[in-house]
Design a protein around this ligand. Sequence first.
Ligand SMILES: Cc1cc2nc3c(=O)[nH]c(=O)nc-3n(C[C@H](O)[C@H](O)[C@H](O)COP(=O)(O)O)c2cc1C
Length: 231
Amino acid sequence: MSRRTLAVVSAGLSQPSSTRLLADQLAGATRDELVRRGAEVELRFVDLREHAHDVVNNLLTGFPPAALREALDTVTGADGLIAVTPIFNASYNGLFKSFFDVLEAESLVDRPVLIGATGGTARHSLSLEHAVRPMFTHLRAVVVPTAVFAAPEDWSGGAADGALRSRIRRAAGELAGEVERRLPSTGPADPFALTTDFLQMLGRDDAPVTPPGRTGERPAPGSARAGSPPG
Ligand SMILES: Cc1cc2nc3c(=O)[nH]c(=O)nc-3n(C[C@H](O)[C@H](O)[C@H](O)COP(=O)(O)O)c2cc1C
């Protein structure tokens, strides 16, 4: 039986948050699907409102405070990511975008991702397709085909109604399939690991070529971005 971790990021600002509610349901459905396929699953929740000040500090200083570092490691070390944002002005909210802005470049390459959003109107459901999906595509994550949008009318007394429930189930099945196809994660990359062979650092011609790691080369600890952007 393989052990899998799912990072569940919610950028909801309200308390209680409909975004967190959707994130919970997507996480539960994906966990159930992976368990049905024989995996042992751990869910790790990251509520971005708890890290809002740290995210801004990281943007200004280049260094994540300890709690944010832990949240970033939760995301980069997981086998799969569920990322849910409220729609603000027909796009992800600023906190959601800023969190993924401080994540190390290339750390989501080939990572299975399920995207979801909540909004005040179903008319903005395609924000997932024109804003959220392109951001993760830019990061070279593998975004599953079904994105789940929940408008106020999709909830009946705090539970997903029939149509929303079936979208959640379909998306969860797609994420579980992508997670299952990959080897279990070895956790977040070691920020102090040598990613370049020593001979390469010395510029020697006989240096072996080092393949990039699963989560890509990581910049120095704390620096928000390093090297050229992906894409
Ligand atoms: C500043 C702001 C802008 C918003 N813009 C939109 C929008 O463009 N489209 C939409 O459907 N809902 C919009 N909403 C509504 C939120 O997306 C919706 O209330 C969301 O479900 C709140 O999530 P939460 O309960 O997790 O905080 C906006 C809300 C705020 C505060």
